[in-house]
Design a protein around this ligand. Sequence first.
Ligand code: FES
Ligand code: MG
Length: 593
Amino acid sequence: MLKTNENGPKPLRSRAWFDNPDNIDMTALYLERYLNFGISLEEMQSGMPIIGIAQTGSDLSPCNRHHMELAKRVREGIREAGGIPLEFPVHPIQETGKRPTAGLDRNLAYLALVEVLYGYPLDGVVLTIGCDKTTPACLMAAATVNIPAIALSVGPMLNGWFRGERTGSGTIVWKARELLAAGEIDNKGFIKLVSSSAPSTGYCNTMGTATTMNSLAEALGMQLPGSAAIPAPYRDRQEVSYYTGKRIVEMVHEDLKPSDILTRDAFVNAIRVNSAIGGSTNAPIHLNALARHVGVELSIDDWQTFGEEIPLLVNLQPAGEYLGEDYYHAGGVPAVVNQLMEQGLINEDALTVNGKTLGENCRGAKIEDGKVIRTFADPLKKHAGFRVLRGNLFDSAIMKLSVISDEFRQRYLSNAADPDAFEGRAVVFDGPEDYHHRIDDPALEIDENTVLFMRGAGPIGYPGAAEVVNMRAPDYLIKKGVTSLACIGDGRQSGTSGSPSILNASPEAAAGGGLALLQTGDRVRIDLKKGSADILISDEELQARREALKAEGGYKYPDHQTPWQEIQRSVVGQLATGAVLEPAIAYQRIAQT
Ligand code: FES
Ligand code: MG
């Protein structure tokens, strides 16, 4: 279906560069340089759509590196459908390799990709997604520019194995740390165990931020149906790369744009799917950011409203047992969507990149392995979404309900009269370095009911917001068998962590949030039912502390180390609203203006 107006099909935007008789000087200049590697003049002026392949893979980004291979099949698909592929690099983002945190790079990659998509002769783009922040960075840029765009996941790694058991990337690190602290393995054993979880090309095989965001990119309608979960090395991944290339050319002819797909209905679908898969606490940050760039109203409270009652269906680590290959064989995203759809919990009319609705794509999709994907009637947990908390510590923070263990519940939530609330003594750390230096210091008197606080870890305090809120307990408690303490903070936490932290607190300490006023030794009260989190001190005392902090010049955080850290800190928003570059929100659908 070609979108046409009275003058016929919409002209391709690349024609303004390559076929503009009114400006023959510039046309010649544009053409000669793209011809210099062998594309013919005839091709360039034939009216074939020019399709960008936004390449996020590189040697610096091992999770996405396989896209360099997959792009060959994407190109074949584009060519076969009558398009011309032009591949270009995206600023690399490697979740595990970037100092101080890859969180700093999502907005930088976004910014640079907007500039490329807007400023070059591209009619459509294939977004190669995968490792945590590559997915939101690419989708956010496509949303801002709003040219036809389709996402292609690189796919998860194969399952990791160690002595007959599945080892999941990221998640195994928490376990290995406990074994190391308890003296059960040495440093070499630690590295061996951790490396076992990464046996092939691809992104984290757990339900971390990568599997979450790739699943949600499909649930949002931005990837071909059934494609998100295909493991990176499988032949099906090559196949879907080819079909993705073919499809983007058709999308250009149909003028099917991100704004047609990324509607509020689509975001509500994604929130529900996120609960059902046991998705990462990074999802609200990235989806709220995406919604703002495409101009859709979405709030942190929407995550509780639409997501909290949804049961956990997908049995993947860290909330469950299995890994990425199992998820794919069990039916992937369509099987999950179909379970929710049968309960009337999916906006079925939401349009997707293949030109069909989510309902059409997923209706009847079967669960192929009931151990890995459970039915709605027989879930792993009843409520798997996020609870939003607020109080004098912050305006909002979230807690992932699906990872609260029974042991944790017993230790903190055992007061029969008040089973949803706990009070504890706060021990406060200012940033991850402070935590690492002091956590094992017995003088802090941390016990099994202490509440650990991490502040100075938000988008401004620790530029980009560090994944550090899930703090391991001191060694002396781990040796006693206490592995997780209640943790609260203004930073993020890795999606691969099974820790029930209260995190993404906004505003952060560095932006004047209540966390800045907290002192070690304060009593704090958390009420999960009411959704409250407060320091138990008088309003007068709180006010006095606020004034004292102001007199000292406010909450202190480390100096900038790079120009981008300084620039981003000056314009970045808080985690609750996506931690976007605030001035960028004014720029929407810019390819149409
Ligand atoms: Fe790249 Fe997990 S570190 S996907
Ligand atoms: Mg991460």
